[in-house]
Design a protein around this ligand. Structure first.
Ligand code: NAD
Ligand code: UDX
Length: 463
């Protein structure tokens, strides 16, 4: 099928490349010229395992093109994905201005022929109808420029234009760091909308994925496809993220109690996770959830509830537990070192999770800010940030090129991100390079006994 993806960030680029990989003809549109230039040369602007490889093979097979020209993308696609960012506003609401610009842009470039407009961005509940209205506005604006004195005639033709497209909500559940894998191996596909024609086209688009032709385990049953109304699909996205974030806040709260009573959260998590009603995933206690989705989506849902006069107590509590949790490493540093002023703290990892270069709302950023405020010097080593020099959003921290340089002269280390390679560092050597060999393991990732043998005072979260 012919597809256009508008906005080629973590979601849009992965979606476009994966759809091209399974045989569709894809045009990716982005208004960032530098990104488009890079993508045209087969390079991914983001670090995501496996993405460059499928981009390059799709370029070679002629299944994918990149452009800044929205009109080329809109006229090519029978399915048009909106995948631009919806970052948080200071109020907690989601900033939908990029979605608005794209929806109007699509309207202004519709050129006949039926199209499905797909909201893949995470958008406030009710956005499906809003996008439809904006597309219609875009159509009307364009007609006014084409036929300046068209007035009533344009109004008359609008119902005809309205029948030339439908809006579908298709929320995205991929995780950064395993985005390509998640796209080919989804737990479910959600399609919200009231047009059987549009839903039918979406099912055809995803058929190779639904049939597991590109899955790691091809013997699994077909991927469930859930067709809902627009608002329910939009709500499913928020509810899924809010549930997962709440689950982590729950285990973090239990970890803090474990710290006080002398229980071990890793054993407790195993013990409760074996109950199939609870499940063993997302029970990893640590320094809290971050990233570009959980914080903004939980806040946006709280805000939506507020708009309707409902106070979402549980979700607000999940947020406040997380805010406190993100400073737990600071508390533990103060307990171990007492005065932090004049001390040097080294961070192992900066990104909000491993296998990504994404620093958006990373717990490391809060920690750096607070340590600086208390007069400590902060250094860091992150396998991807140190290597690529992508340091957007970073200040008040000296980025070292390897873990041993990081350890040199530090009063304490904090493991912030559980990069796999942090399990094999020469911790004995690192401990000797430090002034005080204190290790705060913010992800309960390291083996406490091994750390003590290496010469560290080991402090985990709830263990
Ligand atoms: P991003 O910021 O990485 O990418 C957005 C892209 O859109 C950028 O490349 C930007 O240049 C481009 N863009 C902005 N305005 C444009 C315009 N008018 N025309 C063309 N391109 C434009 O965002 P992201 O992380 O990929 O997230 C996109 C959406 O998907 C958000 O709503 C987010 O909540 C949702 N989502 C993200 C993830 C994730 O893991 N990042 C997962 C699920 C859902
Ligand atoms: C999340 C959702 O999982 C995904 O479905 C959605 O599409 C986008 O948001 P992502 O933000 O990429 O994905 O990462 P995820 O693996 O969910 O982790 C989010 C945060 O929670 C990270 O900071 C991670 O360190 C933290 N986390 C995760 C924990 O603290 N404990 C856990 O057990 C799991």
């Amino acid at each position: 099928m012919r597809v256009c993806v508008i906005g080629t960030g973590y979601v849009g680029l992965v979606t476009g490349a994966c759809l091209a990989h399974i045989g569709h003809s894809v045009i990716c549109v982005d208004n960032n010229e530098e990104k488009v230039k890079l993508m045209k040369s087969g390079q991914s602007p983001i670090f995501e395992p496996g993405l460059s490889e499928i981009m390059q093979s799709a370029i070679q097979s002629g299944n994918i093109e990149f452009t800044t020209d929205i009109s080329a993308g809109v006229s090519h696609g029978e399915i048009l994905f909106i995948a631009v960012g919806t970052p948080p506003l200071p109020t907690g609401e989601s900033d939908t201005r990029y979605v608005e610009a794209v929806a109007r842009g699509i309207g202004a470039n519709l050129d006949g022929g039926y199209k499905v407009i797909v909201n893949k961005s995470t958008v406030p509940i009710g956005s499906g109808d809003w996008v439809r209205m904006l597309v219609m506005d875009g159509i009307a604006e364009r007609q006014k420029t084409l036929v300046p004195a068209g007035g009533a005639a344009i109004e008359e033709k609008l119902p005809e234009y309205a029948s030339q497209f439908d809006v579908v909500s298709n929320p995205e559940f991929l995780r950064e760091g395993s985005a390509v894998y998640d796209t080919f191996n989804p737990d479910r596909i959600v399609l919200g909308g009231n047009s059987p024609r549009a839903i039918g086209m979406m099912k055809e688009l995803y058929a190779p994925i639904v049939e597991r032709n590109f899955a790691e385990d091809k013997s699994l049953p077909q991927v469930p496809v859930l067709a809902t109304d627009l608002s329910s699909a939009e709500m499913i996205k928020y509810a899924a993220n809010a549930f997962l974030a709440t689950k982590i806040s729950f285990i973090n709260e239990v970890a803090n109690i474990c710290d006080r009573v002398g229980a071990d959260i890793t054993q407790v998590a195993k013990g409760i996770g074996l109950d199939s009603r609870i499940g063993n995933k997302f029970l990893q206690a640590g320094i809290g959830w971050g990233g570009s989705c959980f914080p903004k989506d939980v806040s946006a849902l709280v805000h939506t509830a507020d708009d309707y006069g409902y106070e979402a107590h549980l979700l607000k509590a999940a947020v406040s537990v997380n805010e406190r949790q993100r400073l737990i490493a600071l508390e533990k540093l103060q307990q171990a070192l007492k005065i932090l002023k004049g001390k040097t703290v080294g961070l192992l990892g900066l990104t909000f999770k491993p296998d990504t270069d994404d620093l958006r709302d990373a717990p490391a950023l809060n920690l750096i800010e607070q340590l600086n405020r208390l007069g400590a010097k902060v250094k860091a080593y992150d396998p991807i940030i140190s290597q690529t020099g992508m340091r957007h959003g970073l200040s008040g921290v000296l980025v070292e090129t390897d873990a041993e340089r990081l350890a040199d002269g530090c009063d304490a280390l904090v493991l912030v991100t559980e990069w796999q390679q942090f399990s094999n560092l020469d911790y004995g050597k690192m401990a000797k390079l430090m002034c005080h060999p204190v290790m705060i393991d913010g992800r309960n990732f390291l083996d406490p006994e091994k750390m003590v043998r290496a010469g560290f005072q080991y402090i985990g979260v709830g263990r």
